[in-house]
Design a protein around this ligand. Structure first.
Ligand code: TMP
Length: 236
């Protein structure tokens, strides 16, 4: 399957049409941004690591009954996926307080939440991806009630599957961001990526951050943290 016309270029990926109208190719970049594009840089090898880590986790989720857009890994950086219309939501799932939640609620990073938190943001760069609730989602018709119920159910199931899987590898899943899409027949599937760009991964033993916070906060060792995640998940 070959790349045809480029449909879209985002901050971390490009998306191409293929000869099959139901399939797209995503191509992962090494470019990194933070704070809605204000901070820009490159994380060498990130595209390939995020592609491979995402596909590894999508396959694990598929096996556990979560439908995803994943079809086939084509190369180090390229993956064949189902064509979907992205539901314009960032679904954030949190187990431990960190980042914007710690700031908003005035609690220390690292405090475990008494129960899992789901947040929704409206995917709109010009507005800075504002946080919204279920009422906004229904009133703005970003998703129907049935779709949103499914998205929340999948998100909690994904949290359980990934938390358990990563715990065995000595990684604490602090929080993460998911995106869902709708296939041509209307099925809701997990889309986008699950990678150190979109998750907070802390080493269970030392608490070391093994994710994009190293780039966001200028902590150093960015590339080696991404490599460490790939090594723990895939043994290389
Ligand atoms: P936050 O604490 O900055 O709101 O981030 C919560 C989670 O969402 C964290 O795992 C990083 C991820 N995330 C993205 O994937 N994309 C984004 O644009 C932002 C702001 C966060």
């Amino acid at each position: 399957m070959e790349k045809l016309e480029q449909l879209y270029e985002g901050k971390a990926k490009k998306v191409y049409k293929t000869s099959d109208p139901e399939l797209y190719i995503v191509d992962y970049k090494d470019d990194a941004t933070a704070f809605n594009g204000l901070k820009k840089g490159t994380i060498s090898g990130k595209g390939s690591i995020n592609n491979r880590v995402t596909n590894h986790l999508m396959k694990l989720l598929e096996k556990s009954g979560i439908p995803t857009h994943f079809v086939k890994e084509l190369s180090e950086r390229e993956t064949l996926v189902k064509k979907v219309t992205i539901v314009p939501l960032e679904v954030i799932v949190r187990n431990i307080a960190a980042g914007s939640l710690a700031k908003r609620l005035g609690i220390e990073e690292g405090v475990r939440m008494k129960s899992t938190v789901i947040e929704y943001c409206y995917k709109d760069d010009a507005l800075g991806d504002p946080m919204i609730n279920e009422y906004h989602i229904l009133a703005m018709e970003f998703a129907t009630k049935d779709e949103l119920d499914k998205i929340a159910d999948y998100s909690l199931r994904i949290n359980k599957i990934l938390t358990d899987y990563l715990a065995d590898l000595g990684i604490e899943l602090v929080d993460f961001k998911l995106e869902f899409g709708k296939t041509t027949d209307g099925t809701i599937v997990l889309a986008d990526e699950i990678s150190p760009d979109t998750c907070r991964f802390w080493d269970s033993a030392t608490g070391k951050k093994l994710d994009k916070d190293r780039f966001r906060r200028d902590l150093g060792d960015v590339e080696s943290a991404y490599q460490e995640i790939m090594k723990r998940l895939m043994g290389e």
